[in-house]
Each structure stands twice: as C-alpha cells, then as structure tokens.
Design a protein around this ligand. Structure first.
Ligand code: 13P
Length: 289
C-alpha cells in the first residue's frame, strides 16, 4: 500500500535526518530503488514528474508499476508515490485520482497570491483524499524536463504566507538548482534555519544532485527533511550503461543493456541515503516494516 509522506517527514524533522526522494522514469529504475530501500529497511519517496508520467503512459500506469512491484517483490517499507512539480490543480487532481499518495503543486512561477490560491485548491482536494501536499516558494533554478529557470530565493514572509494554505511540506528556493551545478552551490543556510524555526512543517531541498555532502549535512541540521535527487541517478546509470555498451558491442538484449546500470545506480542510492540518514533511523510509529 502507498502512504503519504506525513509520518516519514514528521519523524525526519524531529530526529534530524532526511528522507530520500528519488525520481523514477520506468519500471527498471523503480525496481532498483525499491529493492535497495527494502534492503536498507528505510521509507522512500518516489517522485514522478509530469514528463516522466507522460513517458510511462500516464499517472495511472506509473501508479500500477509501483504497486505491482511492491506486491511482486514483497516490499514492506513505507513507499510514497509523489507527483513532482505538478504545474496545475488539474494535473495534481489527475495524479490523485490515479492513486498517487502525494503531490507537489509548483505554482512558484506565479505571484504569491496566485501561488497561494492554486496551492489552497490542491490542498483542499488532496486532503479530502488523505494525500499529502508539498508546495514551492521562490524558484529553484536550473533545468528540469528541459525547462530552464533562474533562482529566486524565498523569503521568510512568503513561506509563512504559503504555509497558511495548510500544505504538509514546503520547498523554499534557497539557491539550489535542478541539474548539474556550475561551481559550488550557494545555499542560504541562515534563511533555511530561520524558516525552519518559524514553521512547524518539514522543509524540502530540491536540486539535491551535486551538493557536497558536508552541505547536505548542514542543510539537514537547518531543518531539511526531504531531499530530491534526479540528475545524479541519471548520470550514474547512463555512465555505467555507456561503459557496458562500449565493451559489449554485440549485446542487443534490452534487459542486459538497461540492467547494466543497476549496480552503479543502487550503490549511489545507498551512498546518498546514508548521507541523508547516517544512523538509518526509521519512524518508530511505522508498522509496515
Ligand atoms: P536534481 O535533478 O538536481 O537532482 O533535482 C531533482 C529535483 O529537485 C526534483 O524535483
């Protein structure tokens, strides 16, 4: 069964670790992530962008892939299936109606009042179905699904305003970017701490790829409870597959080609998860493990 992220993030916020959000695109990646997180006995959030859902066939197919694997592989850890960067109320509703247990509404491209209005609409619908909601304020820069944007840092006042909509987690843009960094990331830890102290809901860090591990640890100490990773798994998987193909020009079985990235990807998942949660802490109130 899929769960929303509330219990996992509540525990992470109290005990100061972060739950990994890994983006998925297909059956194989979903399987690799679920198997590794089951081995580690830790909850996981599987993020599906609108583009990835479209690639898989739609939200319904994405949900069935995840639920099918949970059943066939006897996965017992808490799994949250989360729409990443839902761009509209309609998109969030579609994901919820298809069985997603969590959504992010990203109306951060609009002015604050419009962002609040759309976010509130999503919160009302999602909460009536037991689905958790994340929203973004300010703007995470970089490239995602081939869309580029600049960084606009969130202010404390804007975070307090957006939180009034009843969201369950907030992603304040504080200098991180989607995709690969050019140089060192420049995260505003003071503001992160300030926002964390002023709000009771967990904070989310987008653009987790390429942030040095000491900065990740600092972000967690400043209140980050969920860290989103997409590009890093793409880079890791494609590098391994590229190497495999260059050494094995005569292989054409897609299972062997896709599967050649499995080991590297699972090692990276474990490495990141141990950075986010060095003591491998699990919510004590979960009876699913
Ligand atoms: P990266 O692609 O930089 O890891 O960011 C992922 C993300 O924030 C998804 O929402």
């Amino acid at each position: 069964m899929l769960v929303n992220f509330n219990e996992m993030l509540k525990d992470a916020k109290i005990r100061k670790y972060a739950v990994p959000h890994f983006n998925i695109n297909n059956l194989e990646w979903t399987r690799y992530i679920l198997e590794k997180m089951q081995e580690l006995k830790l909850p996981v959030i599987l993020g599906v962008s609108e583009g990835a859902a479209k690639y898989m066939g739609g939200f319904y197919t994405a949900r069935l892939i995840v639920e099918g694997l949970i059943k066939d592989l006897q996965i017992t850890i808490p799994v949250c299936l989360h729409l990443d960067h839902g761009s509209s109320f309609e998109s969030c509703k579609e994901a919820i109606d298809a069985g997603f247990s969590s959504v992010m509404i990203d109306a951060s491209r609009f002015d604050l009042e419009t962002n609040k209005k759309i976010t509130k609409e999503v919160v009302d619908y999602a909460h009536s179905k037991g689905v958790s909601v994340e929203a973004e304020v300010g703007h995470v820069g970089g490239t995602e699904d081939n869309v580029y944007g600049d960084v606009f840092r969130a202010t404390l006042e804007d975070c307090l305003e957006l939180a009034k909509t009843g969201i369950d987690a907030i992603a304040p843009a504080l200098g991180s970017v989607h995709g690969l960094y050019k140089g060192e990331p420049n995260l505003d830890f003071n503001r992160m701490q300030e926002i964390n102290e002023a709000l009771s809901i967990p904070l989310v860090l987008h653009g987790g790829t390429g942030i040095p591990y000491n900065m990740i640890a600092k972000a967690i100490s400043c209140g980050i409870s969920k860290i989103n990773i997409n590009t890093e798994l793409q880079v890791t998987w494609s590098k391994a597959v590229r190497e495999f193909l260059s050494l094995n020009q005569d292989i054409y079985d897609p299972r062997k080609i896709i599967g050649s990235g499995k080991r590297a990807m699972q090692d990276k998942i474990e490495e990141l998860t141990r950075v986010f949660n060095p003591q491998l802490l699990v919510p004590s109130n979960t009876n699913l493990i």
